[in-house]
Design a binder for this molecule. Structure first.
Ligand SMILES: Cc1ncc(COP(=O)(O)O)c(C=O)c1O
Length: 425
């Protein structure tokens, strides 16, 4: 078959890297196999070198040397201190973000608090592009909250996007809460945060955004959009490490009115008085639960510092250029071979990953990893997700990855793999 002319050459890609004002940040990360092209920073970010030094310090000096005294020397205030830094990434004020627990647990806390804050309203609105864990938690929360609570799931008509109007139709004066994942985990569709928050508010409902696939890859303006509540993880574009602590955001004016459903001692007013009855701490601290995970929190801070140095506007500009570049290579090389674009074509409606589809997607994903050393990930039924982490992904890597992808297709390298799904993909 004829190989179509590539829109660029590897040398062009290298030239884009030379012109990239964020290129120096790549050296901040551990990259021990230069041949391995890692395009899964949207699932688990790379390890920053500074994190190794910080972890050594917190383990050897603080835990090893200072022992229990460490709590008064920075551990106790870490949720607020690091939360204040994350606030800068998402357009919030310093006292509106706190780092604790997992995304799932924080999501549960905020959903229960929101339902309690909107008594007499029965409906929670979400959509079927949302991350299933959020749906499970909503189902469980609604069962616990009882009364006539119910979940209204708006359906996507194309599997990639959900129109604002379709969401607006589902929201009414019986709606307590609207909650969505800002960048959809499969298609990478990026919702219009201000418009949808406005839809929720017009109906008198609260708005809760899951920022897992957005934070660290793009500027977010939660205050400007009037967002009430948000959660997000720190192990994707924030590079905080596997299972690192998550964050939650509550708009300042709402904090004193919300009740954490888990009444733990870290959320207690004057916690070391050890009073026998629960009294919520002022401000966001009431949304802490138990002892905070000091080591996990410590790993997040140097990684967030790196993002702040790079600047979210510059990161977004590079992410858009790189996803556009990737899509132009798909168009030239892979579309003619039957690979579909499972992400929005318009960069304004897209986050920082691109999903490519094929009926043999699972086997192609495996061949990419095992035969040609490109690491994307796979999401059922046919999505090969290629994540751009603008802090360390190079243009040469995007070029090389797509060129190797084409080789997998042309040489049918995937056909030797079984079609059955392994337990974890
Ligand atoms: C959008 C979204 N929300 C929630 C979660 C769950 O987060 P966790 O398992 O860290 O609680 C994930 C995990 O990938 C996610 O992608």
């Amino acid at each position: 078959m004829n190989t179509p002319t590539p829109p660029h050459t590897l040398e062009d890609a290298r030239e884009l890297d030379r012109q990239d004002d964020l290129a120096r940040f790549r050296d901040e990360f551990v990259i021990d196999d230069p041949d391995l092209i890692y395009l899964d920073g949207n699932s688990l970010g790379r390890l920053p070198k500074r994190t190794i030094a910080r972890m050594r310090e917190v383990i050897e000096k603080e835990w090893g040397g200072r022992l229990i005294r460490g709590w008064n020397e920075g551990w106790f205030t870490a949720p607020q201190r690091i939360g204040a830094k994350i606030a800068q990434l998402i357009g919030a004020q310093a006292d509106e973000v706190i780092l604790c627990d997992s995304t799932a647990v924080n999501f549960f806390k905020l959903v229960m608090a929101a339902l309690e804050a909107r008594p007499g309203r029965g409906k929670v609105v979400t959509d079927d592009l949302n991350f299933p864990s959020d749906l499970y938690i909503l189902q469980g929360a609604i069962k616990l909250a009882g009364q006539d609570r119910r979940l209204h799931v708006v359906h996507s008509t194309d599997g990639l996007t959900v129109a604002n109007d379709a969401l607006a139709e589902g929201v009414d004066d019986d709606t307590a809460l609207v909650t969505l994942t800002h960048t959809a985990f499969k298609s990478g569709y990026r919702y219009d945060m201000p418009a949808i928050t406005e839809i929720a508010h017009r109906a008198g409902a609260l708005m809760l955004w899951d920022l897992c696939h957005s934070v660290g890859a793009m500027p977010l303006a939660l205050n400007e959009a009037g967002v009430d509540l948000a959660v997000g993880c720190t192990y994707k574009y924030l590079n905080g490490g596997p299972g690192s602590a998550a964050f939650l955001y509550i708009r300042r004016g709402l904090q004193e009115r919300l009740v954490n459903p888990i009444w733990g001692w870290f959320g207690q007013r004057a916690q070391f008085d050890f009073g026998l009855n629960y009294q919520p701490a002022p401000g966001l601290k009431r949304f802490l639960t138990g002892t905070t995970a000091t080591l996990s929190l410590a790993a997040v801070e140097p990684a967030v510092d790196l993002l702040l140095e790079a600047g979210v506007d510059r990161l977004r500009a590079k992410s858009v250029r790189q996803t556009e570049y990737l899509i132009s290579l798909w168009e030239a090389w892979l579309e003619p071979l039957g690979v579909t674009l499972n992400s929005p074509r318009d960069a304004n409606c897209r986050g920082s990953h691109v999903s490519l589809g094929h009926p043999d997607g699972l086997r192609i994903d495996r061949a990419l990893i095992e035969d040609v050393h490109v690491v994307p990930d796979f999401r059922f039924p046919d999505n090969i997700r290629l994540g751009i982490a603008p802090l360390y992904t190079s243009y040469a890597e995007v070029y090389e990855a797509m060129s190797r992808f084409r080789r997998v297709m042309v040489e049918r390298l995937y056909e030797k793999y079984p079609t059955e799904r392994p337990e974890v993909v």
